[in-house]
Design a protein around this ligand. Sequence first.
Ligand SMILES: Cc1cc2nc3c(=O)[nH]c(=O)nc-3n(C[C@H](O)[C@H](O)[C@H](O)COP(=O)(O)OP(=O)(O)OC[C@H]3O[C@@H](n4cnc5c(N)ncnc54)[C@H](O)[C@@H]3O)c2cc1C
Length: 406
Amino acid sequence: MAQTEVLVIGAGPAGLSAATELARLGVQVTVLDREAEAGGIPRHCNHSPYGLREFRRLMRGPTYARRLVAEALAAGVLIRTGTTVTALHPGGAVDVTGADGLETLTARAVLLATGVRETSRAARLIGGEKPGGILSTGALQGIVHLNGQRPFLRPVILGTELVAFSALLTCRHAGITPVAMIEPAGRITAHSPAIWLARVLRVPVLTGTTIAEIHGRTRVEGVQLLSRGDRREVVTDGVIVSGGFRPEASLLRASHLEVDAGSGGPVIDVWGRLSDPAYFAAGNLLRPVETAGWCWAEGRRIARAIHAALQGRLPEPGGARLRVASDAVRLALPQVLPLTTKKDNGAADKLQLRLARPAKGRLRLMQDGLCLLDRRIDSLPERRITLPLPSPRTTSEITVTLEDPR
Ligand SMILES: Cc1cc2nc3c(=O)[nH]c(=O)nc-3n(C[C@H](O)[C@H](O)[C@H](O)COP(=O)(O)OP(=O)(O)OC[C@H]3O[C@@H](n4cnc5c(N)ncnc54)[C@H](O)[C@@H]3O)c2cc1C
């Protein structure tokens, strides 16, 4: 069994920033990534804005990824690419497979930073045939930016999260002209200025519309759109199924670690510590989906928590658990809040929330009949909501409720 002080799984912005910070603090760190090159998602996002928070510069994804890798290597981090982690065991032992075959690595602490994946066409229950030419944004960007290929010429884009506009930019770069952007909700998911990009590129955005069926024998030939009861056929040669992000949590779900039903990621305390205190997590694995800058800062913060844990400076695990008791709230984290008032050593100072649907109303955090927090919320799903972190008085459960008049 090979040993290291800290193992980081995932060489995206969160994993690399954490590893760099730990190495600068004098910790021996190895980063593992299943891809042939380190850098995570930004490697194939050949557009800006990346790097503003981290480097005070507007960068394209690949330049930003290379900079993160260079900083990690300069700090003394060992990066092993082409290495997939296949199982997590209690106490910080992980099984990996790569060019050297199967091995088990052990560490005093393991940071999970495996990011997110987009929801596939199959999981969205879109009917019709199964021709070629249906891609996620990530796959499209890999094909265009890493392989230099053009998978279609006139696709439709399903979804209007920020990533769908990233797909629009990729299409423009590759000389691909999307026929339309399709959004099942009544308005776009990204903040409204994003729609200007579609307008400038003359791509119609069809809200209140779903793709009922995809047609085509070997390649996509058309889609059937359903809009307020009306069906119509649209000729197209591809479908970009964008967004619908879910944490890349297959490792977690197959492990002994506790998973949060709302976020789909791990249950963490304010230090990013999981139900087995040898494990920590940072980045998009915690909640789909944040910017690279946010994930980078979170990685650095959790690195300080890991460093404190290695030195025995973190309080014992435990505290009050958050329980979401509203169908309008999808997730609230960190899910475990300690009783200690000393929340330094890289502790989170904010509660993060995401809605499951558009909602407007009073959000309350209640414990033992006492209101710990009362705020008015007016937001859409997938938008970042941050609130002050409450200080629980006991370990009793804290319920999160949202009085939504609709
Ligand atoms: C299409 C698109 C466009 C975007 N555009 C922007 C933008 O313009 N600006 C911006 O700030 N943000 C943007 N983002 C968001 C940003 O890229 C992400 O927030 C950021 O990359 C998340 O970092 P991360 O470290 O959490 O995960 P990731 O970058 O996803 O990295 C996770 C890494 O974990 C590895 N991994 C997963 N499982 C395993 C395993 N079992 N074993 C080994 N390795 C594993 C993966 O290979 C991957 O390299 C975009 C995202 C997408 C999808």
